[in-house]
Design a protein around this ligand. Structure first.
Ligand code: FES
Length: 162
């Protein structure tokens, strides 16, 4: 189940705060907020299929990607996470008809806001993963982990002593 991404060069300097360094053994923490019906089931399939993916992701299950309040993303970045992945059903497959369309719009606005206040655009990512796409889920997690490793640890607006 556990596999480290070995291709990415770990950048111990933060992309947002170049002077700030992390320990050599730093490993990124990624908050994965997944919709129950597709992406969470896809992650479950990854596990039951014994497909390996990086262990850096911490998964939170929500009923639908439209349930992801921008505050969840901000709070994740402010506390433990170096990056956030939001994943939902493919367009047209949302169990609440159009929740993922709302989520996509909200995500784009949130991402622009985060970018405006200084976060690198790759800190927060969005994907569509269905319940049958265990392999794709592993690939998405590997890519996000690799991107966050390149960006280094997140220090911007972090709560002290969390
Ligand atoms: Fe999966 Fe709405 S139920 S995105």
């Amino acid at each position: 189940m556990e596999a480290e991404v070995k291709t990415a060069k770990v950048n111990v300097e933060s992309a947002e705060n170049p002077g700030m360094k992390a320990p050599e053994d730093w490993k990124p923490v990624i908050m994965g907020i997944l919709c129950n019906w597709c992406s969470y089931a896809g992650s479950d399939l990854t596990g039951t299929s014994r497909i390996q993916y990086p262990p850096n992701i911490r998964i939170i299950r929500v009923p639908c990607s439209s349930r992801v309040d921008p505050w969840f993303i901000i709070k994740s970045l402010q506390t433990a996470a170096d990056g956030v992945l939001i994943s939902g059903c493919h367009p047209g497959d949302c169990h609440y008809i159009s929740g993922n369309y709302y989520a996509r719009r909200r995500f784009l606005v949130t991402k622009q806001l985060l970018n405006f206040i200084g976060y690198h655009e790759n800190r927060v990512q969005f994907s569509w993963v269905s319940a049958a796409e265990g392999q794709k889920f592993a690939q998405v997690v590997a890519k996000v982990t690799e991107d966050i490793k390149k960006l280094g640890p997140l220090h911007r607006f972090k709560k002290e002593n969390f």
